[in-house]
Design a protein around this ligand. Structure first.
Ligand code: G
Ligand code: G
Ligand code: MN
Ligand code: NA
Length: 254
């Protein structure tokens, strides 16, 4: 309970929260196409707290949509700076089902976009495959509303759960992100190699890009490249970085 109060304070003051960003790299031309925004909380007493801990806490405290909107507002500012170096760079922001189900999320989100004159195409909303089950009808409707506003979705942690293909077929999906556990041994795991072919055809028929997450070693990287996976993200390419490190890293890479 004390932690919930601390999180609320952190959100109000803003100075314990910071955004890290991890590049998403095109495997066709090796260019940085975008970055996933990853929230960090440095608690004054307990130090770094993992999102896996505080995101559920934020959900329980009813603070998650405030967190998401805070992240979105910061992220669009950051992307303005990055876009001065990499044209068309997009940011991917993680959202939860309950954000979509929140009554004023879309209104508050679009007001952030309008205030900052943000091109809608420069934002991907990442939602985990497992989140899609939570009231799929309403979630689908909200996704459609956001799609009408020009926004597109990235399905996170794909292949970790069992989302129905029929559900996916009608969703405004721009990208499918293969779960890191699926990706880790892809260079040798023949079962997952077979599944990759299926996932590839699913993403192709949805007109979505396929991204492999959690790419930690070069043999996996070269395998997915051979298999025509379009993008990758992971330690083998670059870790999540502070925004200033990200800008330095881009500069060095160019
Ligand atoms: O690097 P990392 O430990 O940041 O991320 C762990 C998990 O926490 C990931 O699944 C990621 O989606 C989630 N996460 C990180 N930042 C955010 C955020 O801003 N909002 C939400 N909802 N989840 C986040
Ligand atoms: O939202 P999501 O679950 O996709 O968040 C990505 C998570 O994966 C974050 O916690 C991020 O820090 C982490 N991550 C990024 N690159 C790698 C990697 O190469 N290997 C592993 N195991 N985790 C990674
Ligand atoms: Mn994610
Ligand atoms: Na993921």
């Amino acid at each position: 309970l004390a932690m919930m109060v601390d999180l609320r304070d952190a959100l109000v003051s803003g100075n314990q929260l910071s955004l890290f960003i991890q590049p998403k790299i095109s495997l066709t031309d090796n260019k940085v196409v975008g970055g996933e925004i990853l929230l960090r909380w440095f608690h004054p007493k307990f130090g770094a707290i993992e999102p896996e801990e505080f995101i559920p806490l934020a959900e329980d405290a009813g603070l998650i949509t405030d967190v998401t909107l805070w992240v979105l507002a910061e992220a669009v500012q950051i992307n303005k700076i990055i876009c001065e170096v990499i044209k068309n760079h997009h940011i991917a922001v993680n959202i939860r089902a309950c954000d979509l189900l929140h009554e004023s999320f879309i209104a508050q989100f679009t007001s952030i976009l309008e205030t900052n004159a943000v091109p809608r195409r420069s934002i991907y909303l990442e939602i985990s495959e497992s989140e899609l089950h939570k009231n799929v009808g309403l979630i689908h409707l909200k996704m459609e509303r956001l799609h009408q506003l020009g926004l597109l979705f990235s399905i996170d942690d794909f292949a970790s759960d069992h989302v129905s293909l029929a559900q996916l077929a009608n969703m405004p999906i721009r990208e499918i992100k293969l779960d890191e556990y699926f990706v880790h041994y892809l260079d040798t795991d023949s079962q997952n190699q077979k599944l990759l072919k299926l996932v590839k055809s699913v993403s192709a028929s949805l007109n979505a890009d396929l991204l492999a997450e959690g790419v930690e070693d070069l043999s996996v990287l070269s395998y997915i490249q051979q298999q025509g996976v379009s993008k990758a993200q992971g330690y083998a390419l670059a870790p999540p970085m502070s925004v200033s490190d990200y800008l330095l890293w881009i500069e060095k890479r160019n």
